[in-house]
Design a protein. Structure first.
Length: 470
């Protein structure tokens, strides 16, 4: 619907600026990818094979028997099946081969805003759908270090987007080898904690090594005239961020939107004078026009709801449900006192009378305060939701019966861990917990010195963040 699309547009506009500052340029690549392209990178095709939607014919025809209506025309079968893009690495690297010749062509950074399709058997609105909107960035570099720096810088951009725009605190880290993106040497992630204690992967950035460069024979001539394989990255976020936004802040009354991302930050609801009071109506129109113009001039997104066929009570309910941060009421009695009435979606429970000539400054300060308080509440919930020092048995007992609809859940577990894919799979089977990441903050030099894995008892290699996840 338009309200949800407006939220995505606000995310897109903010992130697009960051992407361009990062040095990437927007482009667009084909939706349909030849099957042979996916086959060139073995790990990549294995990772996406079960999720691919495949086009095999180029037209329909009427069923000669008349029993099945339209059918795929047997004479219109494609020579090679086409895959509806699950992601675009293969298509873009095929183009990189044509665009990259010399070290002067590097780094090459492109981004596209597009839809993708991954065939999901069990869907969740915003979180896991067969078709979704996203951006995907793809870069090529002359050096390993350059590619890693690019991937790490982008995950920081995503974290800043969540913090500054969406008021969502996240944990940055690396995925375990078994959780990495198909074909990547390293996957960096941001993980958010929802109100029910489950984690949500909210954005990823991948260091691809030279796998795609070699698969598509993308080489460049370095400064010494030597042919070398390029290094690559890819990174992306999707409309899953809207799911994170909803589940981080909202309450039983509906959406709660941080002011910076809300499509409408201030809604003004007039309380009209009596029908035959023409002078009062003219004064009301002037006051509404003046107030809305002043708020807009201050950079706020404002809507005046003067629908005369909808009761004000219904309007209040509508905007509360939509999560509009601030409602301003203005009626004849308020105007007579030179005031208006403020009601914030969260925070201040009651209504507050504000002088009309102070309304703009008060609104700006109040919305800034609301943005910060939403972040602070989510940050406190994240800090309190991370359990440390737990044994495996304690985590297992807490998580094996932890269901998505129960509030509040057990949360996340930060524990010493020896990287072992087999043990990781056992834990997933035993209590449905997965390694969300190896947090940057807790995996510096000496972080696991002298520590033993909470599962195997062997010397730990990482501090791992376990938890249930959407």
């Amino acid at each position: 619907k338009p309200w949800g699309m407006s939220l995505w547009e606000n995310v897109r506009d903010d992130l697009d600026k960051k992407i361009k500052e990062h040095g990437a340029e927007n482009a667009y690549f084909p939706l349909l990818i030849p099957k042979s392209f996916l086959s060139k990178e073995a790990e990549h095709v294995d990772g996406f094979a079960k999720e691919c939607a495949v086009v095999t014919h180029h037209r329909l025809t009427a069923d000669p028997s008349g029993e099945r209506g339209l059918i795929a025309d047997p004479e219109a079968e494609l020579e090679e099946p086409l895959i509806i893009r699950p992601t675009s690495e293969t298509m873009i690297w095929n183009m990189f081969k044509k665009w990259i010749v010399s070290h002067r062509d590097l780094p090459l950074k492109v981004n596209q805003w597009a839809n993708v399709m991954r065939w999901e058997l069990r869907t969740r609105p915003f979180l896991r759908t067969s078709e979704f909107l996203w951006q995907e960035g793809h870069t090529a570099h002359a050096t390993r270090e350059g590619a890693i720096d690019d991937a790490v810088a982008m995950i920081h951009n995503y974290a800043n987007l969540c913090k500054d725009l969406l008021a969502i605190p996240v944990i940055m880290g690396c995925k375990s080898p078994s959780e990495r993106f198909a074909g990547a040497e390293e996957t960096y992630t941001i993980e958010a904690l929802m109100q029910n204690g489950w984690a949500l992967q909210s954005g990823t950035s991948h260091f691809l090594g030279q796998s795609f460069g070699k698969a598509f024979d993308v080489t460049f001539q370095d400064k010494d005239g030597k042919e070398s394989d390029v290094w690559g990255t890819s990174w992306g976020v999707s409309t899953r961020l809207l799911g994170a936004l909803i589940m981080t802040h909202s309450d039983d009354a509906g959406l709660v939107l941080p002011p910076k991302v809300s499509p409408v930050q201030v809604v003004i609801v007039p309380i009209p004078p009596k029908k035959n009071d023409l002078e009062g109506k003219a004064a009301m129109d002037d006051a509404l026009d003046k107030l809305s113009k002043e708020l807009k001039a201050a950079g706020l997104k404002v809507k005046v709801d003067d629908r005369d066929y909808v009761r004000n009570g219904a309007k209040y309910f509508e905007y509360e449900r939509k999560g509009v941060p601030l409602r301003i009421e203005l009626g004849p009695r308020d105007m007579a006192k030179g005031e208006c009435v403020f009601k914030y979606r969260v925070g201040d429970e009651g209504k507050t009378s504000v002088k009309l000539d102070e309304a703009v400054d008060t609104a700006i300060a109040g919305l800034d305060d609301m943005q910060q308080k939403l972040y602070d509440a989510a940050h406190q919930r994240l800090q309190q939701g991370i359990n440390t020092g737990a044994t495996y048995q304690e985590m297992k007992e807490a998580l094996e019966g932890d269901e998505a609809g129960e509030f509040y859940g057990a949360g996340l577990y930060l524990v010493p861990w020896k990287c072992n894919a087999e043990n990781e799979e056992k834990i997933k089977e035993e209590c449905k917990a997965t390694i969300r990441c190896y947090p940057f903050e807790h995996n510096g030099e000496g972080a696991v010195e002298g520590k033993t894995c909470f599962y195997s008892g062997e010397p730990a290699t990482h501090m791992a963040l376990f938890g249930r996840a959407f």
